[in-house]
Write a protein that binds this ligand. Structure first.
Ligand SMILES: Cc1cc2nc3c(=O)[nH]c(=O)nc-3n(C[C@H](O)[C@H](O)[C@H](O)COP(=O)(O)OP(=O)(O)OC[C@H]3O[C@@H](n4cnc5c(N)ncnc54)[C@H](O)[C@@H]3O)c2cc1C
Length: 414
């Protein structure tokens, strides 16, 4: 019995770690279908792809962690089925594990294109270490790169491909890059910044099909407006879908992920879900959401462990994210939405600024470009429910850092 965790990524390992540090003494098994020690994903689309990089994985926990903490890590093993009435998990090596608590930490998989040529040689996604190592090799030989999707992963890859000297075209169906995640101001700044890097960002243009050469390798991408872009390497970054099929097969409620309550329990109280696969009630957006970030995976992992240990608090952590695109560093605290009122501070012309989003007069999110101090201030302000009014933020000379320092020094309750 004990706890079985399906998925050995950021969230799954955090659950195991936090259970042990919280005093849990029963058996813990982590089922990890990928081979090798679980590793960090953020460098896969950044540091690993820079010219001359050595794409060696950064483990999430050292090798000795698992023996020292008595955590049974089953590498290269897939969980195939869950029987909730018997409380068992069937694995692809023929074994069956029993549990008191089961945690789904199965993450998400890349959405795939279905257009003609999407399965040609030279068309790749980027999710795993194996993908990153392959792309690292491919970039060294590539000349013409097409990226489908101007989200975080697509733009990170585009910047890396430019650093390799490749010609890079990014096709994005929407009118702005990173449209699901950032304000128009920040999107516009990144559009110009990538143009200066030499990335051809084609907005309002999706992929129609790919052309093949005589060896079955991609040769060109044809867009929805009929433009043809030469391509010997294509990366598709069009978002992810939650790995929730196993949970659905076990008759747990799923809808854009595994549906959990504020304590991260599924419709079966013995079963929890965390990280990219979990659809949870988010106090910051006021809606159900599924977040794809290291912060969310880590904080939900910690929270789920506390739930298993008997705590009954709600998950309310402030979401924050980052993306590094060449030398551009974007950090986001909170969640913005399209109807928010925005105020820009700092100096966008000098490439160092923040965009503050307000909802109902309250600070809801801050996007910081090359301004880590603003980001840290934003996390403090948003985490404490503090924050300037839109008028204060719009005043000449406003500094988020100074405002946060003053807010921290004010006596509370007064
Ligand atoms: C290239 C890349 C760059 C990123 N960069 C950033 C960044 O800069 N900042 C940021 O905040 N976030 C970033 N992210 C997102 C972040 O890595 C994820 O949000 C985080 O890893 C989610 O953790 P998780 O444990 O929920 O899922 P994962 O880390 O994806 O782990 C889930 C694991 O479960 C395994 N699994 C699934 N089903 C089964 C099964 N049936 N049996 C056994 N194992 C199974 C999967 O193979 C996977 O290994 C990036 C992601 C990628 C892919």
């Amino acid at each position: 019995m004990g706890v079985v965790i399906i998925g050995g990524g950021q969230a799954g390992l955090q659950v195991a770690d936090s259970l042990r540090s919280g005093g849990y003494e029963e058996p813990i098994a982590v089922i990890s279908e990928e081979h090798g020690l679980p590793y960090q994903r953020p460098p896969l689309s950044k540091d690993y792809l820079t010219p001359g990089a050595d794409p060696v994985p950064l483990p999430l926990r050292g090798e000795t962690f698992f023996t020292e903490k008595n955590i049974d890590l089953r590498q290269g093993t897939t969980a195939l089925a869950v029987d909730r009435s018997a409380r068992t998990v069937a694995l692809d090596d023929g074994t069956e594990l029993t549990y008191d608590h089961l945690v789904f930490a199965t993450g998400a998989r890349n959405r795939r294109l279905s257009c003609t040529g999407a399965d040609l040689d030279g068309v790749f996604g980027l999710k795993t270490l194996v993908d990153a190592q392959r792309l690292h090799r491919e970039l060294a030989a590539a000349q013409d790169v097409v990226v489908v999707g101007a989200g975080f992963i697509g733009l990170e890859f585009a910047a890396a491909a430019r650093a390799h000297g490749c010609g890079v075209t990014v096709l994005e169906f929407a009118a702005q890059p990173m449209g699901r995640a950032v304000s128009e101001e920040t999107g516009a700044w990144f559009t110009s910044a990538h143009a200066e890097l030499g990335v051809r960002l084609r907005l309002g243009e999706g992929i129609e099909h790919f052309e093949s050469d005589e060896r079955g390798r991609v040769r060109a991408a044809v867009s929805t407006i009929g433009s043809r872009y030469p391509a010997d390497l294509v990366v598709v970054g069009i978002g992810v879908v939650a790995n929730d099929a196993l949970a659905a097969a076990a008759e747990l409620k799923t809808e854009n992920g595994i549906v959990v309550d504020a304590s991260l329990r599924t419709s079966d109280p013995a079963v929890l879900a965390v990280g990219d696969c979990a659809n949870f009630p988010n106090v910051h957006s006021g809606t159900r959401t599924r977040l794809e970030s290291v912060q969310n995976a880590t904080d939900q992992g910690k929270h789920a462990a506390r739930t298993i240990l008997g705590e009954t608090t709600d998950y309310t952590h402030l979401p924050w994210f980052w993306s590094t695109q060449g030398s551009f560093r974007l950090q986001i605290a909170g969640l913005s939405s399209k109807d928010d009122w925005t105020v820009a501070t700092g100096d966008p012309g000098a490439g160092k600024f923040s965009v503050l989003s307000f909802r109902g007069g309250q600070l809801a999110a801050v996007e910081s470009v090359n301004s880590p101090a603003d980001h840290m201030s934003a996390r403090k302000l948003l985490g404490g429910g503090l924050g300037p009014t839109p008028d204060e933020a719009a005043a000449p000379g406003f500094s988020l850092k100074s405002y946060a320092r003053q807010a921290a020094s004010k006596p509370s309750g007064g």
